[in-house]
Design a binder for this molecule. Sequence first.
Ligand code: CDP
Length: 237
Amino acid sequence: MIKKGNLLSEGKAKSLFETEKHEELMMVYRDDTSAFDGKKKEALKGKGEINNIFNAHIMDYLANNGVETHHLKTVSENESLVQRLDMLPVECVVRNIATGSICRRLGVEQGLNFEEPLFEFFLKDDDLGDPLINDNHIIAFKWGTEKEIETMKEKTLAINKLLCEKFSKAGLILVDYKVEFGRRGDEIILGDEFTPDGCRIWDQETGESLDKDRFRKDLGNVVESYQIVAHKLGISI
Ligand code: CDP
């Protein structure tokens, strides 16, 4: 049994606790679900558990394919042990198909297939509505260095290649996703989570959304859809 210490931070869907080891933290996946910068909220029974298992599977897959992550091990149904990172205040988004905020922002048609994956940085700031930023903002405001920017882009695109292949084999399309990185010494490591809360996944045959868009758009069967994705990917829940 690993003992949880002080609560370090509480996000919209996860809580982070200290442990007896300074360099290890406990990530607790809650059922809480939110969208539109926290304006829409609901607890969806079983979501914490499925996201914990889902994330562990994806993180292990990435680590086995050369992308180092903060994930150490799953310790209970909804808890995982992770390495402490000094998180960069930016979100890295990759899009393979246009949908969501990019369509609203640029007036492009839904469903446009990008020839090359499109990379975007957003500032992690709920009060400002997570605005779109570029490399120059990151340098000017000292949110990260030029080298860190390059590493985040390289790793995010490497993740895209690995996950697109994995999802495609399972009859799924990885439409877009968000990842976050942190510093461990002078290395940049994948942190946070990779779950259907932070990506868009469509069924290859039907085009049906199997991710948090079901919650955003009140389509119902949110947790059930996460379970379908997990099942298709061979993740045992
Ligand atoms: O979801 P929305 O249309 O507001 O934003 P987006 O820029 O289209 O989101 C792109 C991808 O990043 C989607 O898969 C989102 O679920 C994910 N994302 C996230 O997980 N957290 C955020 N704060 C913003 C986007």
